[in-house]
Design a protein around this ligand. Sequence first.
Ligand SMILES: Nc1ncnc2c1ncn2[C@@H]1O[C@H](COP(=O)(O)OP(=O)(O)OP(=O)(O)O)[C@@H](O)[C@H]1O
Ligand SMILES: [Mg+2]
Length: 413
Amino acid sequence: MKYTLMHKNISVADIEIDDDIGVITGIEAVYAKEHLPVGVLHPLHHKETVDKAALNHWWAGRSIPASRMGIGEALETLGVYNTQILVTKCLGLSLSDHYWVKPADSDVSWESVNFFDNDFSDDVGDVLFGTSRKSAGFDLVSPDNTSDGNLKKRWKIIDGKRCLLKSGSDPFRQQPFNEVIASRIMNRLGIDHVPYTVIWNDDKPYSVCEDLVTKETELVSAWRIMQIRPKANHENWYLHFVNICKELGVDIVPALDRMIVLDYIIGNEDRHFNNFGLLRNADTLKWLGAAPVYDSGTSLWYNRTAEQIPMSEIICKPFKKSHGEQLRLVSSFDWLDFDKLNGVESEIYELLTEQKVIPYVGIERANAIAAEVEKRIDHLHNAAMAEISNHDISSTEGDVEEDTAETYGMKIE
Ligand SMILES: Nc1ncnc2c1ncn2[C@@H]1O[C@H](COP(=O)(O)OP(=O)(O)OP(=O)(O)O)[C@@H](O)[C@H]1O
Ligand SMILES: [Mg+2]
């Protein structure tokens, strides 16, 4: 079927989508090149043409990943073969950016369809969460069709606000609590972040955060930014990203310093390039700077037993394979006031041993996690003292080889 790819009310390009498989089969005319999704222009054609493969990659990235927990069952209930088919059911609309597709024979406006102003159905969210009472007749108009990430999640309008609800993974379901702990640490350190809280549904914990995107702004992941141009030979992953941001007029270094430090403290294992990014104004396309830190839940030994915690090797992303190595990318610790972290380990222990949390996390694990965080803060302190001799942003040693999102399961070591 023929569609126009839209950015709010701007017609960007006429495209053809095979609705049976959810694939873009043709790009017919481009009207607003500058409004195309970031990173889809052909590098070999001097960025004069749209790279169909890159545009399809972007489009496929709008669908729920096949690795999403419980997606097979959900698709069966909804009666669709794959998640890409779901995207056009909601015109490709999302709550993380302002792209959508308008059927060629339609004259609907952005105002009448966008999910920021207009309500959306709970049907897809209910199916994704396994709480649907329907078996047919689903209303598929939902931003859940275009949400990324591997954990079970859904958008819900709570008190008029668009909120993202996210589960944890078995057996400890710790990610929602980790999001809260990360929020508290960032609060203490004055790091710009998306605040998370926990809600309980059917005795299961979910993290809740508000939409970080507004009707004017949109999130562009670091991964997309890095598609703007190929990595130069002299650049490692870190410099590739930093330099492109600079080319866009954004000094990203202070935000990266803060994110790397947070991830060191909480032992984050999944800060891949889609778990941070930039904000831009969707109307003027002006780059606004780093997006507030979000998705820090795959951390704090979320899948390790109490015995494993002290001796676990922690995966590091996105720049270096080890957190110690990645810490050497930090340009300045001047902003970091260690006094602000006083007592954080007790705060973590208390949160993880609240009555409702204990059955999930366990007291021994809570103890071990709090103790490890304390050790990591000590190490960080030493690293910060030695910063000048250690700082090295240009080495390619220890760079991450392949950046993929964590799929969830118990760690067997
Ligand atoms: N508060 C928010 N506002 C708008 N968009 C968001 C928000 N939080 C997350 N997103 C978008 O939704 C995507 C999925 O969310 P999130 O990263 O939290 O899920 P996840 O399942 O933990 O991901 P992963 O697979 O990285 O573990 C993000 O990559 C981002 O594009
Ligand atoms: Mg994520």
